[in-house]
Design a protein around this ligand. Structure first.
Ligand SMILES: Nc1nc2c(ncn2[C@@H]2O[C@H](COP(=O)(O)OP(=O)(O)OP(=O)(O)O)[C@@H](O)[C@H]2O)c(=O)[nH]1
Length: 307
């Protein structure tokens, strides 16, 4: 697939404010110049900090100026690329950076080759994207830090509070079931005591990876603190929640976590509860928590749920 590769360092870009490159709109509307588009876009891009929205506005403006079929944005920190439009045969790509900071990779594509004048226009417009893109990336990073546990990457207590309140409202409105499970790693103190805190941290990360692998993308995993976690399961009744809890219990039991090549068996105790009409976040969490403690009392490595 033909790709015209470019690296754009915004400090060095060949962008000149007085550029006169003008293109005709594809749909027969009057001529629009690069300067017009830059002026409008500079204002429009300031209206959002959402990465996807910023890129969408940039894509729309670019399409006013040039024929483009699709825009794809990738960043090493994001799991999946952002796509506006669709892919074409010919692509031109930009690796973007500013003052040494990596800002991601942008690829534009269409069915015909890009000529030199068009590439200059694209670069001219890319300059307007610099600060909005950098701000959107910083905003995303700040949100991630505010809502995720730094050690394991699971959601933190603040994220759980926010999402649990939202999911309870939505479940009560829609009538769809909502279940929640509390998971506590068994005898975790002995991991720290026998192998040290650093290995304990690795063991916690391994548990989180293991639980994440058994969940659907829509399910949320949160760290309540220490070695205690919560899984929020939307559209899930008590029977389905019990199946999920049992699957998690088994996968932790089979984890085969190793310390210095030596296997370290791990297990967890789980309690779950399903939303009742009279429940609020506190009572739902408390019920699941009490059942988790019942699982501990019953001998650990087991699930206790609705009667
Ligand atoms: N490595 C590590 N340990 C932690 C972290 N947070 C809490 N802990 C440890 O987790 C252990 C929890 O111990 P306990 O609450 O006594 O429970 P337990 O040993 O898991 O025993 P049961 O829950 O009764 O099965 C303590 O030793 C805490 O120091 C952490 O972020 N990293």
């Amino acid at each position: 697939m033909p790709v015209q590769g470019n690296t754009i360092d915004f400090d060095l870009a060949r962008v000149k404010l007085g550029q006169t490159c003008s293109q005709r709109r594809r749909n027969g509307k009057p001529n629009i110049t690069l300067q017009d588009t830059r002026r409008e876009l500079t204002q429009t891009l300031q209206t959002s900090l959402e990465l996807e929205r910023v890129l969408g506005m940039f894509y729309d403006a670019l399409r006013e100026l040039l024929y483009i079929d699709g825009l794809e944005y990738r960043h090493t920190g994001a799991a999946s690329p952002i796509l506006h439009g669709h892919y074409g045969i010919h692509r031109c790509s930009y690796r973007m950076s500013h003052a040494g900071d990596y800002l991601g990779e942008l690829q534009l594509s269409r069915q015909t080759r890009f000529d030199e004048a068009e590439l200059v226009s694209i670069e001219g417009l890319l300059a307007t994207l610099l600060f909005p893109l950098r701000n959107a990336l910083l905003y995303r990073e700040a949100l991630t830090c505010a809502l995720n546990d730094a050690l394991t990457g699971a959601g933190n207590r603040l994220a759980l509070n926010q999402n649990l309140e939202r999911d309870i409202r939505s479940s009560k409105r829609s009538g769809q079931p909502l279940s929640l499970l509390v998971l506590d790693v068994d005898h975790f103190k002995s991991v720290n005591d026998n192998y040290g805190h650093a290995y304990g941290d690795e063991a916690l990360k391994a548990v989180v990876d293991c639980v994440t692998a058994t969940l659907r993308n829509v399910d949320g995993l949160y760290r309540l603190g220490g070695e205690e976690f919560v899984v929020l399961l939307n559209n899930t009744d008590a029977d389905a929640c019990n199946l999920v809890a049992e699957r998690i219990r088994q996968s932790i039991e089979q984890l085969q976590f190793q310390i210095d090549g030596q296997p370290l068996p791990m297990t967890a105790s789980l309690g779950h509860a399903t939303l009742r009409p009279t429940d609020d976040a506190r009572s739902l969490l408390d019920r699941a928590d009490q059942r988790m403690y019942a699982a501990k009392r019953n001998g650990r490595n087991q699930v206790v749920g609705e009667e």
